[in-house]
Design a protein around this ligand. Sequence first.
Ligand SMILES: Cc1cc2nc3c(=O)[nH]c(=O)nc-3n(C[C@H](O)[C@H](O)[C@H](O)COP(=O)(O)OP(=O)(O)OC[C@H]3O[C@@H](n4cnc5c(N)ncnc54)[C@H](O)[C@@H]3O)c2cc1C
Length: 493
Amino acid sequence: MSKVLTSGHPVSVADVPQWDIVTDVAIIGFGAAGSCAAIEARNAGSSVDIFEVASAPGGSASWSGGEVYVGGSGGTTIQRKHGFEDSTEDLQRYLMMSGGPAADQDRVTLYANNASAHFDWLGAQGVPFKGTYLPGKWIEPTTDDTLIWSGNEKAWPFSAQAKPAPRGHTVEFTGWGGGKLFMEKLCDQALQVGATAHYDARALCLITDHDGAVQGVVVRIAGQPVYVQARQGVILCAGGFIGNRDMVKRYAPEALKCEQLVTGGNDDGSGIRMGISVGATTLNMHEFFATLPFFPPASLVKGIFVNERGQRFINEDSYHGRVAHYVLRQPNGRAWLLVDNDIFARPVIQPNITIAAVGETWEEIEEELQLEPGSLVATVNEFNRHAAEGQDPYLHKSDEWLRPLLSPPFAALSYCSGDFDGHAFTLGGLATLPTGEVLNADGQAIQGLYAAGRTACGLPRWGEGYSSGMSLGDSTFFGRQAGLSVAANIARD
Ligand SMILES: Cc1cc2nc3c(=O)[nH]c(=O)nc-3n(C[C@H](O)[C@H](O)[C@H](O)COP(=O)(O)OP(=O)(O)OC[C@H]3O[C@@H](n4cnc5c(N)ncnc54)[C@H](O)[C@@H]3O)c2cc1C
C-alpha cells in the first residue's frame, strides 16, 4: 500500500523511487520571498526550480498594497528627496521596538544596515516607484505616490525613542492592490534570470537522509508525486498559516476575532508544517497582524476609543494595527470610537459601520451604550480638558490629533466584536538565522533547509508593533538572504 504523503512527515531518501527533477535549489512558493530568493540564487550561478501550488505566480503578495518598509543609511533616495533624514540607528531602534519582547537583534541590524540599498535593488529588478511624497495618515495610498507614514513612527512610545521618518515606500500604482504590479515585476525578473517555475505544483513533504539533512522535496504535479533532488538546498517560501483555520485555532486563536482572514494566497501553513516535520522549532506562533481600518478619513483619528468601563486605552494616532490589537483585547470585546459632529464621517473602508449611539450630550451616549453612569462622561470631560491645552498626559496622543470633542451631536461608532471587519495574517513561523537557515530545538541549523517570508518568524513578529510594509520588506530582503546562502553551499550528489 502506498504511503500518504503529507507535510507533517518527511520521506526518507531511501524510499525515493527515482529523482524526477534534479536542481541545485528548490524553492517552495513563488510569492514575495520565493521570487527574491530565486533571483539571488540564480544570479549566483545555481540552477533554480520554483514549485508553486497556484496556477500563476505572485502569492498573497500580489493582493497586497505593494508597500515596503525601508529607510536608514541617512535616508532612501526618496526620503532624502523630500527632506527626511533617516539614520540607521533610528531605523534600528524603531525596528527593535516593533519586534516586541522577542525582537531579533541580528536580523534587525542586518535589515537596518541594508534597507536603503534593498530599496534600490527592488528598483533595479524593475519595480517602479514614482518618487513622490503623500503626507497625511493612510492605510495604503490609492494614488500612485511613493512615500507615506505607514506605522507608529510619530506615535508614542515609538516617537519618544526613535526620530520619526516616513518609511512606507509604495509601488507606482493607482487604486488598491499595487502588490499585483510589484509581484509581476519580481516574478518576471526571476524567470528572466533563468529560474524554472512549475505551476499547479504542490509541495507535499520534504525528503531527508539518515543524518536528518534535507535532500529534496516531493511535489504533486498533475496528480502524481514528483521527486525533486535539491543539491544545494530547499527554501520554504510558502507564506504563513492564516488560511488554515485549524492551525489558527491551535496556535493563534485570538486572530479568529478578525472576521476577515487576510490571505488571497494559499497560506495554509504547509511550509511551516514541513519544517516542523524535520525537527524545526517555531517562534511567536500566537502573533498576528490585525487591522481595524477605522480611518481614513483622518478626522476620525481625532476621536477617542473607550471600552465598556467608559475608559480610554490607546493613543488613537497609533498605527491602525496596534489600535486593532488593543481593541480586540478589551473586556468582553466591547469598544467604541467616540466622535463629535466636526469630525464625524463614515470610515471609507467600512462605511456601513454600526453607529451604536447618537446624542446631544455625552450623558445620552453613555446611557444609550448602557455604561456605568458617570464613567464615559468623566473620561470625555478629562480628555477634553487636557486636549484644550494640547495635552494627553495618560496616553500621549500627539497634539497634531488632539482636540476637545465639543460639537453636538455626538456619536459612538461600534468596534465591538462582530461589528467590524477586522483583517489578520500570521506572524509566527519557523525559527531561522538571518541567512534563512532553519533551526532545530537546540538552535542548530538543519542542513539543507532554509525559510523566508511568513513561513519564517521574521522581522515583523509582534502584532502590536507591526507597520505597513514590514512583511513585504522582510519577505523580499530575507528571501534574498536565503537565496544567497543556499547558493553558497557545495552541491551534493
Ligand atoms: C490585502 C493584503 C494587503 C497587504 N498589504 C501589504 C503591504 O502593502 N505591505 C506589506 O509589507 N505586506 C502586506 N501584506 C502582507 C504581505 O503581502 C504578505 O505577508 C507577504 O506576501 C508574505 O510573503 P510570502 O512570500 O511569505 O508569501 P506569499 O507572497 O503569499 O507567497 C507564498 C506562496 O507560496 C505558495 N504555496 C503555499 N503553500 C505551498 C505548497 N505547499 N506548495 C507550493 N506552493 C505553495 C502560495 O500559493 C504563494 O504563492 C498584505 C496582505 C494582503 C493579503
